[in-house]
Design a protein around this ligand. Structure first.
Ligand code: PLP
Length: 467
């Protein structure tokens, strides 16, 4: 019998005895234990040892309005007392979900038509895959099922979403991906775009590769393309100029749906309501999560446009019920949290603040560490910034990944009381602070990042790892 009397242990030991942590090396976790967060307020989070960090990651790219928002807590409390749960199966409904559906459509780009809620970005992307398949079956195109994702993409971890994710660690030993998923080259202006090529030409090149892939698979077999407006976990990679216009021209030509995964970019992170708005994307389907509720309660949404809805509506009389949805597809308390969250975004114009503070953050990072011997690139839009660390700025030579250079900067960040994240592919430090950051918060984050980067650069110089 494998019975662990975890309750007799100190909290950190209890964690190791009880929990399996996502995206964590099991070996490292058992050796080093957890960092346990205890409370938070504004843009700061305090751990159980009393360290108060400036959260430069907004949790996991999600606490867009910052912590400790009483309005959200009160809205959830009131809803919990009134109606803590009801479902949306068989035409059941509840007021917060209805009002949130309406609000989401008001926020979404023109032409978006219907919302189905879920609990997280992964299940929403699984819903989206099923919606593509359902739509094409309904309109008599049962072969049009393949979905094209991009190298290094992260779209979640469920069986469908995990297949859209294009990182070995999320596939290996899990028997993924599903056979219907294909991948095309990702955007990467730092490492992949030839120096003498313009951004519009690079966009054309990538869209041309997508077209070739669609043609080689057979357009009658390709149902959708999925992309984040700015790729997040894959490296904080913004698209080159004109990318989505070129890509959408190809998708239109072959009747392929565009899925915009707005899980990170949505609800203001780029300094626009959605990445689709920021880049002029015309999505057929949108994935929303994270900033929808600022992570206060689990919530996601799949949003379809008029074109898809028209087919669902037209064929409805011949169909039995729409056979998809979750127990929590209209959770009233989660919807109440999201409504209060969006009200804060609107009232405090946090989308505008994200544009302003994001620009300041990027500028100040460039001014303070742009010349660091280990900083190769500082990129991103709004409150989504990536810092790529390199061994050689001239050649862009990367550090050996086993050195865990970004991890070292992150660890120095803990000492400097800032939280930033590392990404799985290469040495990129990701920053995605709450949209409510003030100028003073930005300066504090920049100072913490600079101190952490400098400390690693100095140590590498001393060890002769860099010149
Ligand atoms: N899509 C994107 C772009 C994400 O960044 C994430 C999570 O980080 C997901 C989907 C999956 O969301 P979740 O972890 O809520 O399932």
């Amino acid at each position: 019998m494998n019975h662990n009397p975890a309750h007799n242990l100190a909290l950190e030991e209890m964690d190791k005895a009880c929990l399996l942590h996502p995206a964590t090396s099991i070996a490292d976790h058992l050796a080093n234990g957890p960092r346990i967060m205890a409370e938070a307020s504004g843009v700061h989070v305090t751990d159980t040892r009393g360290n108060r960090f400036l959260d430069g990651a907004a949790g996991l790219w999600c606490v867009n309005v910052g912590y400790g928002r009483k309005e959200i807590v009160e809205a959830v409390n009131a809803q919990m007392s009134r109606l803590p749960f009801f479902h949306s199966f068989t035409s059941m409904s509840n007021e917060p979900s209805i009002r949130l559906g309406d609000k989401v459509l008001r926020w979404a780009p023109e032409g978006m038509s219907k919302v189905i809620f879920g609990s997280g970005g992964s299940d929403a992307n699984d819903t989206n895959i099923k919606l593509v398949w359902y739509y094409n079956n309904l309109r008599g195109m049962p072969d049009k099922k393949k979905i094209i994702s991009r190298d290094r993409a992260y779209h979640g971890v469920t069986i469908g979403a995990g297949s859209l994710t294009a990182m070995p660690v999320y596939h290996q030993k899990f028997d993924l991906p599903l056979p219907q998923i294909r991948y095309t080259r990702s955007v990467d202006m730092f490492r992949d775009k030839p120096a003498d090529m313009s951004e519009p030409d690079y966009s054309k090149l990538l869209a041309g590769e997508l077209e070739k892939l669609i043609l080689s698979e057979g357009p009658e077999t390709v149902g959708a393309f999925i992309a984040e407006p700015v790729m997040g976990t894959g490296g904080v990679l913004p698209p080159p100029e004109g990318y989505f216009q070129e890509v959408q021209a190809v998708l239109d030509k072959y009747d392929v749906l565009m899925i915009a995964d707005e899980v990170i970019c949505g609800f203001g992170r780029l300094g626009a309501r959605f990445g689709s708005e920021f880049y002029g994307i015309r999505p057929d389907i949108m994935t929303m999560a994270k900033g929808l509720s600022s992570g206060y309660l689990p919530l996601s949404a799949s949003v379809i446009n008029d074109r898809i809805w028209a087919v669902l509506e037209e064929t409805a009389p011949q169909m039995a019920s729409f056979g998809h949805g979750f127990t929590y597809s209209a959770h009233p308390a989660c919807a109440a949290a999201a409504l209060a969250n969006i009200e804060i975004l609107e009232r405090e114009n946090l989308v505008g603040n994200a544009a302003k503070m994001g620009a300041l953050l990027k500028t100040r990072l460039k001014e303070t560490i742009g010349d660091s011997p280990i900083v190769g690139d500082i990129r991103g839009e709004g409150m989504m910034i990536g810092l790529e660390l390199v061994k050689d700025r001239e050649t862009k030579e990367a550090f050996d990944l086993s050195l865990k250079t970004a991890g070292k900067v992150q660890a120095k960040g803990y000492e400097n009381l800032i939280l930033v994240r590392t990404l799985p592919h290469r040495d990129v430090i990701a920053m995605s602070p709450p949209l409510s950051m003030t100028e003073e918060n930005v300066e504090a984050l920049v100072a913490g990042v600079k101190a952490s980067v400098d400390a690693v650069a100095d140590a590498y110089k001393a060890d002769r790892l860099i010149a």
